[in-house]
Ligand binder design. Structure first.
Ligand code: UT7
Length: 322
């Protein structure tokens, strides 16, 4: 059967690093509070010259290099971001131009679940033969929409990008075959206001700043991330014991630990970046995936569970063998 095979990953974190101690000079906070409550030590912040398109290109080029392809081999680009270069056209169009790619290129917006939403669309299009080789990117310039006076949010987020290349290939139908097995995406618009930006093109005519009811988001995150992870395992007749790696969205170490405990996976099967990256929203999963490969943890044949939750609310899970 035709499946979407992961053939390359890449990521990029801006050079500038802001530590918890740096933040404690701007707002009333401390390294101790941030680390204990979130597991975050530092975050990377864009330079003035950088933007979502430039950091996306860096991750994309690394993924192309790993896959042995060039931009011309790509016939579908989907960028998940809440922080596009311009309101329109899609930032993916800049990436398509710079890589000299073919086919189609567009952005999607599903906040922190964006990369898994983009993977879901790419997987459907590859299986339907609407494209052969997809570049899926999650990239965020969250520092541009952060209220640096608000200690409830400014300590939580960071900038960065991650990319993955999927190619439509014939694979065994059984669970031994490589490729994406399954994706689930969900949303609940009733929770729209709990995690959102304070503005937008059609309302305030600017992009606004991040606002969040942290406690409520936390509660829903643990519930939804656990439920969707269990759902995707159950409907594929798998148990957590079949998994080689769990790559969760990196928003809060305590959320990850709760979900891991509820699902029953051991912590040494979890890829973690949160200490060094903070929450990079749509970029978080592809950055963690890349780290898993670069550190030699994820190997050919491994079965991986992906899990994310964010504004909307949106949440999603994915299951693939690399
Ligand atoms: O990607 C998905 C989106 N994001 C998330 O998943 C994040 C979900 N939420 C969280 O991670 C946590 O709720 C936070 C890390 C945001 C907050 O942790 P918490 O344990 O839920 O703390 P809290 O909101 O209950 O606040 C506890 C106290 C409050 O003081 P009072 O009202 O008890 O006096 C806050 O004002 O901590 C205070 N506080 C801070 N203190 C020092 C809030 N932010 C800070 C800070 N430094 N940066």
């Amino acid at each position: 059967m035709l499946r979407s095979r992961l053939i390359g990953v890449g990521s990029y974190l801006p050079e500038k690093v802001v530590s918890n101690d740096d933040l404690s000079k701007i707002v009333d906070t401390s390294d101790e509070w941030i680390y204990e409550r979130t597991g975050i030590k530092r975050r990377h912040i864009l330079s003035e010259e950088e933007s979502t398109s430039t950091i996306s290109l860096k991750a994309a080029k690394q993924a192309l290099s790993m896959s042995g392809l060039t931009g011309r081999d790509i016939d579908l680009i989907i960028l998940a971001t809440a922080t596009p270069d311009k309101t329109f056209p899609a930032t993916a169009a800049i990436i398509q131009r710079e890589l000299g790619s073919q086919g189609s290129a567009f952005d999607i917006q599903a906040a922190c679940s964006g990369f898994l939403y983009a993977m879901t669309i790419a997987d459907s299009m590859l299986k339907n033969r609407q494209a052969k080789t997809a570049l899926v990117i999650g990239a965020e310039s969250l520092s541009r929409i952060t209220n640096w006076q608000d200690r409830n949010t400014c300590v939580l987020f960071g900038d960065g990008s991650g990319a993955a290349i999927f190619r439509a290939e014939e694979s065994k139908e059984s669970i031994e075959g490589f490729g994406i097995y399954d994706m689930i995406i969900r949303s609940d618009g009733n929770q729209f206001d709990l995690l959102c930006s304070s503005g937008g093109a059609a309302t305030s005519e600017d992009c606004g700043k991040i606002t969040m009811n942290g406690r409520e988001v936390y509660r829903h995150a643990v519930t939804n991330l656990t439920a969707i992870a269990e759902e995707i395992l159950t409907r594929n007749n798998l148990s957590h014991k079949d998994l080689d790696w769990f790559v969760p969205h990196q928003a809060n170490m305590r959320i990850i630990e709760s979900v891991v405990q509820k699902i029953g996976i051991s912590m040494d099967k979890v890829i973690l970046t949160i200490e060094d990256t903070a929450n990079t929203s749509a970029a978080s999963i592809p950055i963690a995936l890349t780290k898993g490969f670069q550190e030699g943890k994820i190997k050919e044949g491994d079965l991986i569970l992906l899990d994310a939750m964010g504004g909307g609310f949106t949440w999603a899970a994915g299951l693939l063998r690399v």
